[in-house]
Design a protein around this ligand. Structure first.
Ligand SMILES: Cc1cc2nc3c(=O)[nH]c(=O)nc-3n(C[C@H](O)[C@H](O)[C@H](O)COP(=O)(O)OP(=O)(O)OC[C@H]3O[C@@H](n4cnc5c(N)ncnc54)[C@H](O)[C@@H]3O)c2cc1C
Ligand SMILES: NC(=O)c1ccc[n+]([C@@H]2O[C@H](COP(=O)([O-])OP(=O)(O)OC[C@H]3O[C@@H](n4cnc5c(N)ncnc54)[C@H](O)[C@@H]3O)[C@@H](O)[C@H]2O)c1
Length: 486
């Protein structure tokens, strides 16, 4: 199929527009939209995909991929300064910040073909590089096209929220959309916002030789368990990141190279300013009212991801809720069923993991300790195991951190990990929660020695300490049996 093939059926009143009739129209070619376009086209549907900006969306171009590539550069620099305990003389690395940014660009370029227009056209998807705008409940206009679709999936993602702080407009400031293009190394980067974007970028930059100050209006990494967040914050501070909490930015002043943010905790001046204070859903261009799609700050959806227009679904960041690439992908996989087969499907949230890729990492699935206590009260058991008792962590010098497993009636309902490779370790627990497995099934697993993965097994083993090792009845039974055992 040609990218711009149209059908003969007429939906347009405006004769200058070309008509397209399609089974599935996907608006937005980011993590969520591409998942739907791929799945639906491979299962036989006629799929049209609109993308007004870059194929691959935020994750590839301005989010996960560039941030992880910059973090990797920072890790290399950090390793050069921290080898003393391994007998490797620390050296002050010479940082070529622009070269680190070239690594970021190369990483994006290497991954880009997977999300490209050419690949999706090769898969049989009609790709149109225009922004879409509803013109009716099942009609969307995009550039010169007017598209009528049986089902429509809105996957338009989110953009950086830049609050109307007095003075901000008058100074050059960056967001995740342009910080990765900055080639000159900031002498002193001020990061406003201590969420995952702010903290990942703060550590990458301090490791690449910038002075970094994070200004956070409430508590840094405030969406995570405070005990786990503290592990990360302690390390960031030790590496030289200045983190100022309870410091809502009220005003910005200054000029290029000397920008001051004013807060109730004092004024802070740096050379560059990064705003990382959250996201806003991309709904403005969509003319949602024309389709009867209810929205506020994001699009209103039920657990089935349907909007108030039964033919229209919303997935990923634009649907509010958890804003992660894997959630957008999961949403995409979920809506395929109703869209292609008319069968019901619901998206769960209780088994969704997430990780923040600072060093040490922070990972979570299910309920935090506070949430689990609120839900299950005194019946909740919290199993803990520290990294410093794991042999591999000791050998690697990565002993900061811990795992906490929240167990209710023998089944994990939440897991928090702060420490090395927490993002990798949480995968096992995501499987456990997704399948509502028992803690005994994790305890029965044999983990290879010596791995960080043993932390999970040891935490699960803690469940049996009071039941088996600190239990008088068990001791009595063993003594009794031992008396008579031949
Ligand atoms: C700095 C940063 C780091 C991140 N790191 C991670 C991470 O490590 N792990 C993780 O899981 N998540 C991470 N995220 C979050 C992740 O990027 C998002 O959750 C994910 O990209 C959401 O996917 P989506 O498909 O909903 O939207 P997007 O990927 O944003 O795609 C939406 C697409 O729709 C297009 N579009 C918008 N309006 C229209 C329209 N009207 N017509 C046509 N096209 C339109 C946009 O141009 C865009 O390409 C990070 C985000 C940021 C900002
Ligand atoms: N590793 C990952 O998976 C990853 C990484 C980065 C981003 N993300 C996604 O992107 C989303 C957005 O990240 P984010 O860090 O921008 O948002 P966030 O909402 O998580 O954090 C923003 C922080 O800014 C603070 N803030 C708001 N206004 C302020 C002000 N005027 N002055 C000072 N502080 C202020 C808030 O208190 C909050 O702590 C995340 O929630 C996550 O879904 C994921």
């Amino acid at each position: 199929m040609n990218a711009l093939d149209t059908t003969t059926s007429t939906v347009a009143e405006d004769a200058s527009m070309q008509d397209i009739k399609t089974d599935v129209l996907v608006i937005g070619a980011g993590s969520g939209g591409l998942s739907v376009a791929y799945g639906a086209s491979q299962m036989g549907a006629d799929v049209t995909l609109l993308e007004g900006h870059k194929m691959g969306g935020d994750c590839l171009n301005f989010g996960c991929v560039p941030s992880k590539a910059l973090i990797a550069a920072g890790k290399h620099a950090h390793a050069m300064t921290t080898g003393a305990e391994f007998g490797v003389t620390p050296v002050a690395p010479e940082i070529d910040y622009a070269a680190a940014k070239r690594h970021v660009a190369n990483t994006i370029a290497t991954i880009a073909p997977v999300d490209s227009q050419e690949r999706f056209e090769g898969l049989g998807v009609r790709v149109i590089r225009e922004f879409g705008r509803f013109a009716g409940e099942d009609i969307v206009e995009a550039g010169p096209y007017r598209i009528k679709a049986r089902r429509i999936v809105i996957a338009t993602g989110s953009s950086p929220f830049v609050p109307p702080i007095p003075g901000l407009d008058a100074v050059r400031h960056y967001t995740n959309e342009d910080i990765f293009d900055l080639m000159e190394k900031p002498d002193h980067l001020i990061v406003v916002g201590g969420g995952p974007i702010g903290m990942e970028m703060a550590q990458a930059h301090v490791r690449l030789g910038c002075k970094v100050t994070v200004i956070e209006g409430a508590k840094a990494l405030g969406k995570d368990d405070p005990e786990m967040a503290d592990v990360v914050l302690k390390r960031l501070r030790a590496e030289g990141v200045e983190i100022v909490e309870e410091a809502q930015v009220e005003k910005v002043s200054g000029r290029d190279g000397a920008i001051t943010v004013h807060t109730p905790r004092g004024d802070f001046t740096g050379t560059h300013l990064l705003m990382a204070v959250g996201r806003k859903a991309n709904v403005d261009k969509l003319n949602l009212d024309a389709a009867g799609v209810k929205h506020d700050r994001s699009i209103e959806v039920g657990a089935d991801l349907r909007t108030t227009n039964k033919k229209v679904y919303a997935i990923g960041d634009v649907a509010g809720g958890l804003q992660f690439t894997h959630v957008a992908g999961y949403h995409g996989a979920t809506v395929i069923r109703p869209i292609l087969f008319g069968l019901p499907a619901k998206a769960r949230t209780d088994h969704i993991p997430w990780a923040t890729y600072t060093d040490p990492e922070l990972a979570q699935v299910g309920l935090t300790e506070a949430q689990a206590k609120k839900e299950h009260g005194i019946h909740l058991e919290v199993l803990r195991f520290p990294y410093h008792e794991n042999d591999r962590a000791i050998a690697e010098g990565k002993t900061e951190g811990l795992i906490k497993v929240m167990v209710y009636k023998g089944r994990p309902v939440g897991v928090s990990i702060a420490g090395a490779q927490a993002g990798e370790l949480i995968g096992l627990w995501a499987l456990v929660l997704a399948n509502k497995m028992k803690i005994s099934q994790v305890a029965a697993m044999v983990a290879p020695y010596p791995t960080l993965g043993e932390i999970s097994k040891r935490a699960a083993g803690q469940y049996y300490v009071p039941r088996l090792f600190e239990n008088e009845t068990v001791k009595k039974a063993v003594r009794f049996v031992q008396k008579y055992l031949p």
